[in-house]
Design a protein around this ligand. Structure first.
Ligand code: MN
Ligand code: MN
Length: 504
């Protein structure tokens, strides 16, 4: 029997809207779930995805992709490569597994919201594939991480992390809940596929895939490239939705993009920045985090939003300036508070690495050098207490990252301080005027207590470092410690001390 060409039936097959007779439109598609706002119903007829995909194509392609990921994994006997992998790379992988695996699952729920409440049948169709994609990503991440658990219990955090109150996870949860779970279908499309998946997942997946390959973790590289091919397809739900929103409510479109870009940039400065500039072994670094952001995010993203008639976010210069400081500050913080994370942060400040940092970031020594020198001195004198925290830093009420990490020491333009706001008799603190403004606009929806607020209200007992670690779910065998057991600090010892032998 002759088969019709796809172009001949595609438009009919995906047009599954019909006139509802048992319920009214508002009951089936309530505004608070669809997010239609000022967009008239007829406007959705023009929703058109640039890359067409029918169900038989989808399953055939996905089956092939799955086959290849699992075949590579089986051939490489991943458990045998564990010993050959660098600790710095393992930290990057553990951080990724913990912070991302269950976010892939959260994305299933976002896709399903669009698959149910998107106002165009073509869009709902694409979102069904998106939901299936995200199930696949969750499964691949958890499967690969699982294989290493018996060698290193920190890999257990691939599944466990989001079930704890670990502080970085609270930050990620606050950000992703605001982007992926709380919003309507339209707002999800603008925040997740358009801003986050088009802008930021490229960075996490493309850069990380290159680092994984260089570090010899071919299975991981293969897994995330396979993930990225799906992301590229379902991310296209953003464009057509944005096009319609721009015609009817451009102000809302601009706001959703501005705020999502900012919270994503804050999160990536801890999720990706330290991995690229500190954990990756020097010989495997191709680009600095800043260079990668400039190429993949700044250039690409600006071109993209300008194509849609949007303006640069109002804080653009502050974001660009932050590429010199945010992730350095967060890396320092993560290393110092290392028992509070589920990976082993590699300090990444041997003399050679410092020279590289100074070359890539000309103010690095001026801003961070003396702080690291003090830590190094304490390590070399055996004063480990001087390299570890006694309490927690104040956290931002919006991004949940430490206050002071949107700034840098010795930086007159962005002095280290809090940006407070008193509302209903309570004073909130923010890392930047941008976080403060986003919080103010969204004050009725996004409001999670920070770890420090929970500490001060007595939710965490005993209110000391051991109590905090237990509350965060960090048991002794998974608490982070220096990736190389402080060996890198030896080259900073006085020559006489080196001759005198090992007194560390
Ligand atoms: Mn995904
Ligand atoms: Mn996705």
């Amino acid at each position: 029997m002759a088969r019709m060409k796809r172009e001949e039936w595609y438009d009919i097959a995906r047009d599954v809207d019909w006139t509802l007779s048992y319920v009214d439109e508002e009951a089936a598609f309530p505004e608070w779930m669809t997010g239609a706002g000022k967009i008239p119903h007829e406007a959705w007829k023009s929703w058109d995805e640039p890359y067409k995909c029918a169900y038989p194509d989808y399953v055939a392609t996905q089956r092939e992709k799955e086959g290849s990921v699992y075949a590579v994994k089986a051939a490489l006997q991943r458990s045998n490569i564990f010993k050959t992998l660098d600790e710095g790379w393992k930290s990057t992988a553990k951080q990724h597994f913990g912070a991302v695996s269950l976010i892939e699952y959260l994305a299933v729920l976002s896709e399903q919201r669009m698959a149910r409440f998107g106002l165009s049948p073509a869009w709902r169709n694409m979102a069904v594939y998106g939901a299936l994609d995200e199930i696949r990503h969750t499964q691949m991440d958890l499967y690969l991480a699982h294989e290493f658990i018996e060698r290193d219990p920190q890999f257990d955090w691939a599944l466990k992390a989001y079930h704890t109150n670990e502080w970085g996870i609270i930050a990620a949860r606050a950000t992703f809940d605001g982007m992926m779970v709380n919003p309507s279908a339209v707002d999800i499309a603008i925040q997740l596929p358009f801003t986050f998946e088009t802008g930021f997942t490229n960075l996490q997946f493309v850069a990380l895939s290159a680092n994984a390959l260089d570090s010899g973790d071919i299975s991981f590289a293969n897994m995330i490239s396979s993930t990225q091919t799906d992301e590229a397809r379902h991310a296209q739900q953003g464009g057509p939705t944005l096009e319609i929103l721009m015609k009817h409510d451009p102000k809302r479109a601009q706001w959703m993009i501005d705020k999502t870009f900012w919270v994503s940039a804050r999160l990536f400065s801890i999720l990706t920045g330290p991995g690229m500039d500190y954990y990756t072994p020097l010989e495997h670094r191709k680009q600095s985090y800043k260079e990668f952001m400039e190429e993949w995010i700044i250039a690409e993203f600006l071109r993209l939003i300008e194509d849609y008639g949007l303006k640069k976010p109002w804080y653009w210069q502050e974001f660009v300036d932050g590429l010199d400081t945010w992730h350095h500050s967060l890396h320092l913080g993560v290393w110092f508070w290392r028992p509070t994370v589920w990976w082993k942060p590699q300090a990444g400040i041997s003399k050679a690495e410092r020279a590289w940092l100074q070359e890539k970031y000309p103010h690095w020594e001026e801003q961070w050098g003396s702080i690291w020198d003090t830590l190094i001195k304490n390590v070399n004198e055996g004063n480990m207490g001087g390299t570890l925290p006694e309490t927690l830093p104040w956290l931002c009420n919006l991004c949940h990252l430490p206050i002071g990490t949107a700034t840098a020491p010795n930086n007159p333009k962005y002095p280290v301080r809090s940006y407070p706001l008193t509302h209903n008799g309570y004073t909130y603190h923010f890392c930047s005027t941008v976080c403060r403004q986003i919080w103010w606009e969204d004050r009725d929806t996004m409001n999670q207590k920070t770890v420090v607020e929970r500490l001060l209200t007595g939710e965490i007992q005993p209110a000391d470092v051991p109590g905090i670690l237990a509350w965060m779910g960090l048991t002794p065998e998974v608490m982070g410690d220096d990736a190389y057991n402080y060996k890198w600090a030896a080259e900073y010892r006085e020559p006489a001390a080196v001759q005198g032998g090992d007194h560390v």
